[in-house]
Design a protein. Sequence first.
Length: 426
Amino acid sequence: MHGVMRRPPGAATDETPATSRVMLMLLVVMTGVAPISLYLLVPALPLLAVGFGRDIAIAQMTVSLYMVGIACSQIIMGPLSDRFGRRPVLLAGLGLMVAASVGCIFAQSLPQLIAARFLQALGGASGMVISRAIIRDLYPRERIGAMISLVIAVMMIAQMLSPLTGGLLETAFGWRAIFYVITAFALVTAVAIALALPETRREGSGKSGFRGDVGKLFGSRAFVGYMLCQVLASQIIFAFAGGGPYIVVTQMGRSSAEYGAWFATTAFAYLIGNVFCVRFSPRHSLERLIWFGLALQVAGSLLNFLLSLGGVNQVPSWLFGTQMIVMFANAFVMSNSAAGAISVRPEAAGTASGAMGFLQMGLGSLISQLGAYLGGHFATTLPLTSAILVLSAACVSTMIFIVPRRKVMVSESLIEQAEEEESGML
């Protein structure tokens, strides 16, 4: 139901423990267990290649196939949580992650480690997709964007520290120590969910089945528009992350360490954007927050493009300074468009979240490669900033041409609700 909130039986109100700090921390850890585990291993990749006597490109597959596992998990775990409940699917996914993490500890070859990492991501990413569905179960439509932003803001602090933590663990105890920590993290998360997370799935969810839910979701202009807006906005991050290293190191002649420091500024801007989104959400509608983010995102992208056109941003301060504006705005667009997408059919929130996450990660792998090509095969920042401007304009187009107006959405919701109630009576 988009636009009409019907609180499910047993769902949390503002006064229940489900909206407490415990619930927030559960949402944070279940969202962060997969991405944090991804970044913990990154500093150890060169040593993995040396230790197993393989090329660094093969060691890189512990990251690339991990991302494939995250994408696959989104499309599998979301629909399963609609059918069987949030808790059992979460616990099964985290159980798979624990087993796969143990497999990583005892891996005797790089192919074994790569296979175990894929399974680790497949299980761990269940928290990413199901956390959004749980937020939709618990909160009214206008609060979902704020809650997603709050979870992301807290999680990003830990995620930004993950490479440093992984590097310290590898230096002090060896690369296998990273997987001991990941195993313990996943196990503690599973125990916390088993003890403290109530089942939040709506009664009657999953009755229409996966094909029925997918058909109804993709038959809704609101869902398609919000989903595309969120997915396209996320591709700005992938494009810039793919092309940024080549621009800073190759074109500008700076060190990789300097690139890392500059890139951290964009992550910080995204974090601050999520914090501001939480603050503004109680006083503004979801659509207004999306349009604010889109306006600022296009303005930042256009400024970066014009600076590239004039040859001004051939130094990191200009390139990353304007990109910080884009990333600040991106937080508003992504969290609130995600909230809009999973609110179209609350009883299929898991399926909606899974489809959105799958497209985001699947398309992201291609866009990051495109970004690397644009940054590495040209002597100017113009191709990359042009691509970011096109993506920003595409986000605006989805809201203008696909998402129906708010009054139409509410009318459709009321008709759908009446049809469901009538079918229930029959």
